[in-house]
Ligand binder design. Structure first.
Ligand code: HEC
Ligand code: HEC
Length: 184
């Protein structure tokens, strides 16, 4: 799959030099279907819970922003806009509001730029995790990784924004591949 994708994008690149690319050429017009491995959806809306809204951009909403129209009524809970918030999923392409159901030993580690672990954040039954303060509590940028069952999934780059799901959307934004996911 990786190889054929690469070939497709290489030939598209060549077509682009020639001037015109029919929209969708080389790609399926079917949108990527998000899965929900746990089969459990959050249906509680914005009622307060550690398990709420898995997959949505937690901190953005708590600050009253309307990221990707997730908060059209502009609700806000700024005192709980913890600096590091997000969801760990079993795989890269899981749907918004899907409860993530990851092994109970799963943690998200937040490291400083010198690779020293500063926080180890437990991951709950919805896959959600968060830090305890609205300030970062370390000198930015930070690094992050997921640990589970003795294996690790590392983010190579350092980041400034702790609202993990604002990049780790179902299809990924700003270069993120999709969800924050378990070591595979
Ligand atoms: C679309 C808006 C929205 C999103 C997205 C959202 N929240 Fe919330 N959250 C709220 C609101 C509003 C409250 C306060 C609710 C209340 O007071 O009844 C809240 C409260 C909370 C609380 C406080 C619970 C308590 O018992 O005091 C936690 C923890 C929390 N959210 C975690 C998260 C996490 C983790 C995410 C992301 C996975 C998230 N939220 C995503 C709107 C949101
Ligand atoms: C500004 C965008 C951005 C934010 C915010 C962000 N990431 Fe990432 N993340 C990326 C990009 C880009 C990659 C892929 C390249 C890399 O590894 O650096 C990535 C990759 C990852 C990976 C490995 C692949 C995957 O999807 O699981 C993990 C784990 C990860 N990030 C965890 C986190 C955690 C935890 C947070 C929040 C504390 C976070 N990220 C916040 C952009 C972001």
């Amino acid at each position: 799959m990786t190889l054929s994708r690469l070939v497709v994008s290489a030939s598209l690149g060549l077509v682009a030099c020639g001037g015109s690319i029919p929209v969708g050429q080389g790609f399926s017009s079917t949108p990527v279907t998000a899965t929900c491995a746990s089969g459990q959806q959050w249906t509680g809306g914005n009622s307060e819970s550690e398990l709420m809204n898995p997959g949505l951009a937690c901190r953005s909403c708590h600050l009253g922003d309307n990221f990707q129209n997730q908060n059209p009524t502009r609700e806000a809970e700024p005192s709980k806009a913890f600096f590091f918030m997000g969801t760990v999923f079993p795989s890269v392409r899981e749907a918004d509001l899907c409860a993530a159901a990851v092994p109970t030993d799963t943690v998200v580690e937040i490291l400083d730029a010198q690779d020293v672990v500063q926080f180890s954040l437990p991951v709950n039954a919805a896959g959600n995790f968060r830090s305890r303060t609205t300030a970062a509590g370390l000198t930015l940028p930070y690094k992050a990784r997921v640990k589970s069952g003795g294996t690790v999934n590392v983010m190579a780059s350092a980041q400034m924004d702790g609202d993990c799901n604002a990049c780790h959307t179902v299809n990924g934004l700003n270069g993120a591949p999709g969800r924050v996911f378990l070591p595979q």
